[in-house]
Design a protein around this ligand. Structure first.
Ligand code: MG
Length: 388
């Protein structure tokens, strides 16, 4: 084991022909920086993919990579890392990642930095430290965490980014032919309404397909209950993020008023946030996002979720593969896991940016057992990095 000598954040931007979740709808105009707001959930998106990467190096020469969200204002996160966190990580041992995460959280907790960009920065550093620790030990992150309890992870197809319902149904049928039989629609771009969308998919995919709806926090509790009950007529797998994230009592009321399991959690950064929702029976399926929480906190929260009878179905989003690899490595070790999101429109979107080691086919992720998180950026990716 050896001490960390360098912690460096970077921004990576990748152009794309069509924005995440598909073409812009009427009234969704992008500004000069490429930002636009989806009408379905009043949330800002970007016309490109953008992510924040962190590279750590130890005195033995081991290198670890981490990643977090970079969609909006990525230099807020890189500044937190380069100005503040890096000096408190240098000199520590990568293998102490969980303790370092706690110590870094302590630095700003009484100032109210419990989430957002601060915790994103911690997540990226944490993933990089675990990766470096694994490479020093010659072990995968899954081995460092105690070993695999499964070798593959059931994957569900997330989002059907096509402009019309007919095309979305065709896209889903194409994935079904490739061996996937679980799906989630994005309510924000379900132009004909969630109920019609779920009904069309049910009729095309048959009774055995699992069909979920991401409601993108767009309803009040009464509206969410009515919408979920209407979708239940077409056998809904789960309803994700039905109401505004702050309304904890409302979430509990929704969860206890419908037959369908409620999924939530992609935006929470800590166990403190999650526990408040767990304790009021606000959800049956927890959807942690590795890019927001890092490996150390991911393990802490999912252990508590499992102990409270909540299933674990990790979230996946726009990234270059580093936080996804960390999420898959960690997921291999978790009890209570029922699958993992598969963002087919992002997964390996630009080939050759990370080394081989992750694949998703016939309804499952397959994860190699290489050291650390199992993949790393290629020279091609490194040449595209913008220093923070
Ligand atoms: Mg979601």
């Amino acid at each position: 084991m050896s001490r960390v000598t360098k912690v460096e954040p970077f921004v990576l931007t990748l152009v794309r022909d069509e924005p995440y979740l598909g073409v812009l709808r009427k009234g969704e105009d992008k500004n000069e920086k490429g930002y636009f707001v989806r009408k379905g959930n009043n949330t800002v998106y970007l016309d490109r993919d953008r992510t924040v990467l962190v590279r750590v190096e130890t005195e033995s020469g081991a290198v670890g990579w981490g990643e977090t969200y970079g969609l909006a204002a990525p230099r807020a996160t890189t500044e937190i890392i380069s100005d503040l966190l890096s000096d408190f990580v240098i000199g520590r041992e990568a293998a102490d990642a969980a303790a370092i995460h706690s110590d870094l959280y302590d630095l700003m907790r009484v100032r109210g930095y419990f989430g957002g960009f601060y915790l994103d920065a911690l997540a990226a550093v944490d993933i990089a430290l675990w990766d470096a620790a694994g490479r020093e030990a010659g072990k995968s992150v899954a081995e460092l965490l105690g070993g695999r309890c499964r070798n593959t992870l059931p994957a569900y197809v997330s989002g059907l980014p096509k402009p019309t319902l007919d095309e979305r149904v065709e896209l889903a049928k194409g994935w079904q032919e490739k061996g996937f039989n679980s799906f989630k629609i994005a309510g924000t771009v379900a132009d004909d309404g969630n109920v019609k969308e779920v009904a069309a998919l049910r009729s095309a995919l048959g009774p055995d397909a699992l069909i979920a709806c991401d409601m993108h926090w767009a309803y009040d509790p009464d509206g969410a209950i009515a919408e979920i009950k209407a979708m239940e007529a077409h056998d809904l797998w789960f309803a994700e993020a039905p109401i505004e994230p702050e309304d904890i009592k409302g979430l509990a009321r929704v969860a206890q008023s419908v037959e369908t399991p409620i999924g939530a959690g992609e935006e929470w950064r800590t166990l403190y946030e999650a526990q408040l929702r767990f304790d009021v029976n606000g959800l049956q399926i927890f959807q942690p996002e590795m890019g927001h929480i890092g490996i150390s906190e991911f393990v802490r929260i999912t252990e508590v979720a499992h102990s409270q009878g909540i299933s674990i179905l990790p979230h996946a989003t726009i990234g270059v593969g580093i936080f996804l690899a960390a999420s898959l490595q960690t997921s291999l070790t978790l009890e209570g896991l029922i699958g993992h999101e598969f963002q087919h429109s992002i997964f390996n979107r630009v080939p050759g940016l990370v080394t081989d080691g992750l694949s998703c086919f016939e309804g499952a992720y397959h994860v190699a057992g290489a050291p650390g998180i199992g993949i790393e950026p290629t020279e091609k990716l490194i040449s595209l990095l913008e220093p923070a």
